[in-house]
Design a protein around this ligand. Structure first.
Ligand code: AMP
Length: 284
């Protein structure tokens, strides 16, 4: 069932709750692919009813980012969700989410602001305000749907760490379930933004997963020095890769390490054909 209004979602979910049914939420920005579907499948296994939100959230995009051209494919998304047995697809307008004609900024609206370090490291270095926008919309979706479980992908590792922190710090009574990264056979992590890449760009994009896999195998061979591990990336990079960051940090706190250990995660952000791609891998 496709719903656009907050009140309709609340009514339906509260009817389910009265019957004692458990509810899972899968927040997405649409343009659904097999990565999203893996979250939906997990939600279907764990919960009686599943809500997928399909909303390109304006307040998590910077002024020079791709909000306007971000792929919007609601009809195809509905078809996929129906096939998976999703109970509600919630696709609100920005006016429905933030109020008619509201100025979308933190001098006008209440924002969720996680701790400075979490939101300003890694992707936050170049995406100022991004994670405040993400947490704000996710907490709003949590309050609208009031699910028992919410499902997020490890693909956006920094995002899920920050959401877990928000849920803990603000006593949000929802269990966060983290799901593994779904990749093409080639190794390329699925992303809605892959649609922007040419065939050649897709091949060049394989460098991200190659760099990460190579770091993992070097770590497995006994190299722990983070600088030495990061150096190995230069075997793969060409002039077609505009690297934004490559870091090896703690998988729960995002703190930098001098030496990698079994709690480390390697994360990369790199532009290929000016498309910003991210990927990550646990070293163990
Ligand atoms: P998005 O629509 O990009 O905001 O993503 C919605 C959710 O799907 C987020 O929790 C993402 O981490 C997750 N997701 C996106 N791509 C993948 C993938 N390749 N594998 C697993 N989860 C993914």
């Amino acid at each position: 069932m496709l719903l656009h209004r907050i009140e309709e979602v609340r009514e339906q979910v509260s009817a389910w709750k009265k019957e004692g049914l458990t509810v899972g939420l899968v927040p997405t920005m649409g343009a659904l692919h097999a990565g999203h579907l893996s979250l939906i499948k997990k939600a279907k296994e764990a919960c009686d009813k599943v809500v997928v939100s399909d909303f390109v959230n304006p307040i998590q995009f910077g002024p020079s980012e791709d909000f306007d051209k971000y792929p919007r494919t609601l009809d195809a998304d509905m078809e996929l969700c129906n096939k998976e047995g999703v109970d509600i697809v919630f696709a609100p307008s920005a006016n429905e989410m933030y109020g008619e004609g509201q100025k979308l900024s933190n001098d006008n609206l209440t924002y969720v602001c996680p701790p400075f370090f979490y939101v300003n490291t890694l992707c936050g270095k170049t995406r100022t305000g991004h994670f405040d926008g993400v947490c704000t919309v996710v907490l709003k979706l949590f309050n609208i749907v009031q699910p028992d479980y919410a499902f997020f992908g490890q693909k956006d590792a920094q995002q899920v760490i920050i959401i877990k922190k928000m849920v803990k710090d603000l006593n949000v009574p929802i269990k966060i379930v983290q799901c593994p990264i779904i990749r093409e056979e080639s190794g390329l992590a699925l992303s809605s933004r892959n649609k922007y890449l040419s065939e050649e760009g897709k091949k060049d994009a394989l460098v991200l997963s190659k760099i990460l896999n190579n770091i993992k195998s070097c770590y497995e061979k006994g190299i722990t020095d983070v600088e030495a591990l990061k150096e190995t990336a230069y075997n793969f990079l060409t002039e077609k890769h505009n690297m934004e960051y490559l870091e090896i940090v703690d998988k729960d706190t995002l703190e930098n390490k001098t030496n990698a250990d079994d709690n480390s995660i390697a994360l990369i952000a790199c532009r290929v054909e000016n498309v910003r791609l991210i990927d990550n891998i646990y070293l163990k």
